[in-house]
Design a protein around this ligand. Structure first.
Ligand SMILES: Nc1ncnc2c1ncn2[C@@H]1O[C@H](COP(=O)(O)OP(=O)(O)OP(=O)(O)O)[C@@H](O)[C@H]1O
Length: 261
């Protein structure tokens, strides 16, 4: 379980990016965080794995106050939390398999990583992860020969091989075409349901958030302005989250379309 209590996050330049955040996310939820650009979505997500430190309040992951963690404790925390980025963060000149292997076993000695020495068990785990996201047949293909959607699936497989309890995804489908974005959102849902991993995702596509996530958190200027079930999201709620946005009208139209279809 992830628990924020009265969390504030202020950047060194004085900007208050998160204000008084109270939030509880149970194991196995699929949560989409939506809001305008600059609302604080990435900041919120990145506090969970200590990529950012909170300024005050309490943030617990499985009852551990994460702000008290140091070196080894932070590494352990990050082992249980996978992170997926919009830009995939893969090494494109090497094979899919190597990408998964090199990153999913952070505990192995550096020399084994450098020489590419992996056990049969590690290889098996990597192949199982690739199979889960439907790209087992690409295991020995170089990453730069794959489409964007396939690369995002490699990133997901790499995270899965690490067997995390929580997956944080920062705009994972922002650079994908609509069909591929739907497929990748579906991958996240399948993994969430089959493996009971918590998924917390920042996403600009409101219609995809409403279609795939079971809970929506709306952030506006660093504050939570909506937190509830996806099916309870109304036009008024979206209006409140996106008030003043140039693209708002379009986003809400898409959102409605997705809900009524
Ligand atoms: N390292 C930083 N130092 C100072 N201010 C920052 C830093 N990172 C983010 N901010 C500011 O904090 C606020 C929240 O940013 P954040 O990236 O969390 O928003 P976001 O909702 O994820 O935006 P986007 O959808 O554009 O990614 C913004 O005003 C941003 O400019």
């Amino acid at each position: 379980m992830i628990e924020f209590k009265q969390v504030h996050k202020q950047y060194p330049d004085g900007l208050l990016a998160l204000k008084d955040i109270d939030l509880q996310i149970d194991q196995g939820e699929y949560v989409a965080i939506i809001g305008l650009s600059g609302a604080g979505k990435s900041t919120l997500l990145r506090c969970v794995n200590r990529m950012h430190d909170i300024s005050s309040g309490s943030l617990k992951v499985d009852d551990v106050e994460i702000s008290t963690l140091r070196g080894k404790g932070i590494r352990q925390l990050r082992r249980s939390i996978g992170m997926i980025f919009q830009s995939f963060n893969l090494v494109t000149r090497i094979s899919v398999m190597k990408n998964v292997l090199v990153s999913f076993v952070p505990g192995i000695p550096l020399w084994r990583k450098v020489l590419g020495v992996f056990t049969e068990q590690e290889k098996k785990q990597a192949l199982i992860a690739l199979d889960r996201v439907g790209i087992l047949d690409k295991a020995f293909v170089r990453v730069d020969q794959l489409s964007g959607g396939q690369q995002q699936r490699v990133a997901l497989a790499r995270t899965l091989a690490q067997n995390p309890k929580i997956i944080l995804a920062d705009e994972p489908v922002a650079s994908l075409d609509p069909v591929t974005a739907n497929q990748v959102m579906g991958d996240f849902r399948r993994i969430n349901q089959e493996l009971h991993m918590t998924v917390i995702m920042n996403i600009h596509h409101v219609e995809l958030a409403l279609e795939y996530a079971s809970r929506i958190i709306g952030i506006r200027a660093g504050e939570i302005v909506y937190d509830g079930r996806t099916e309870d999201v109304t036009d008024e709620i979206l209006e409140q989250i996106y008030k003043g946005s140039v693209e708002k009208g379009e986003d809400i139209a898409h959102a409605r379309e997705a809900v009524t279809n």
